[in-house]
Design a protein around this ligand. Structure first.
Ligand SMILES: [Fe+2]
Length: 312
């Protein structure tokens, strides 16, 4: 019977003459060596469950993660930028995209096609390849951001401009309108899932990033759950008795000896992948946070694995 190839590792011809750099680069590993290399500690053993955002600067755990570029978690980088009046900066051109939340002050943001005024509470999606400039107004400008520059660094890829990667702006007024609408409808644990028209199927901020302005009304909760994509959560308003529980294992639908993280304004919570967690607003004020996840690759691969403790 004929074979559809000529591969026979047991009977190779004479060595060839042109073994150059590309051959010298090649490394083969045994299964034993590969599995040893692949053993990395889970994120919740390496990263804290929450940190306070600096007034200006990055939350950089590259040392803890063993990475050669700034990273808050393997695929995301969070930071705060504080610009004085008239100062200008640019969105990271090497990231796939940046999700930006204006904290205080104001200014202008200019993409290749348009300029928008920035005010506190505005959220924007800034594609990495579009030379987006941010200019502080007379009262200066502070903003929180999360970008996926660590993933771009890891892959060595740069995002292409398509209708799936577009500059998108959510003015604070539009977000308030949505929050009021959902409150009037009696939805007490939801907030606004931020998407754009170029991703009608995915309903994501960018093909890679998920963004959710999460609001919990007094007494509301995001019950104990887990998902494969990790999350960075910026606490906009932590209320007066809101907390997260995290940990493992799950026993009878509850986390055994969970770590408790109380919500504080300006805090960045770090939710590791696949770790059980829930958020509980036991205070008497609505709480608000911005959740960013590198979730697109998981949804695209059908591996998000959303689990709810009460359904186990
Ligand atoms: Fe979650």
């Amino acid at each position: 019977m004929s074979q559809p190839h000529q591969i026979d590792y047991n009977h190779l011809p004479e060595p060839r003459a042109n073994n150059g750099a590309a051959v010298k680069q090649s490394v083969g590993l045994s299964e034993r060596d590969f599995l040893t290399l692949a053993k990395v500690p889970p994120l919740h053993k390496v990263l804290p469950p929450a940190v306070m955002m600096p007034e200006s600067g990055l939350v950089d755990f590259s040392k803890e993660l063993g990475l050669s570029y700034p990273a808050t978690m393997p695929n995301l980088l969070a930071g705060n930028v504080k610009l004085a009046a008239g100062e200008t900066c640019a969105a990271d051109a090497h990231a796939g995209a940046t999700v930006m939340l204006v904290l205080s002050g104001g200014g202008m943001l200019a993409s290749a096609d348009e300029s928008v005024e920035l005010r506190p509470g505005d959220i924007s999606f800034l594609p990495g390849n579009q030379q987006i400039k941010i200019n502080a107004g007379d009262s200066g400008l502070s903003y929180f951001y999360v970008d996926d520059s660590p993933l771009a660094n890891y892959l060595g890829w740069q995002v292409a401009t398509t209708e799936r990667t577009v500059f998108t702006h959510f003015p604070a007024e539009l977000l308030k309108e949505k929050l009021d609408e959902y409150e009037a409808a009696g939805i007490d644990a939801s907030g606004v899932f931020l998407s754009h028209a170029g991703l009608p199927g995915e309903k994501l901020a960018t093909p890679h990033l998920f963004a959710h302005l999460n609001r919990l009304m007094p007494g509301a909760r995001n019950t104990i759950h887990a998902h494969a994509a990790p999350a960075l959560t910026y606490v906009i308003h932590g209320g007066n008795n809101c907390f997260s529980l995290l940990g493992e294992p799950l026993v009878n639908g509850e986390i055994e000896n969970p770590a408790r993280v109380d919500w504080v304004d300006g805090q960045l919570s770090i939710t590791p992948p696949n770790l059980w967690h829930g958020h509980f607003n036991n205070g008497d004020e609505p709480i608000l946070s911005l959740v960013i996840q590198p979730a697109g690759l998981y949804y695209n691969d059908r591996t998000m694995n959303f689990l709810f403790a009460d359904k186990q």
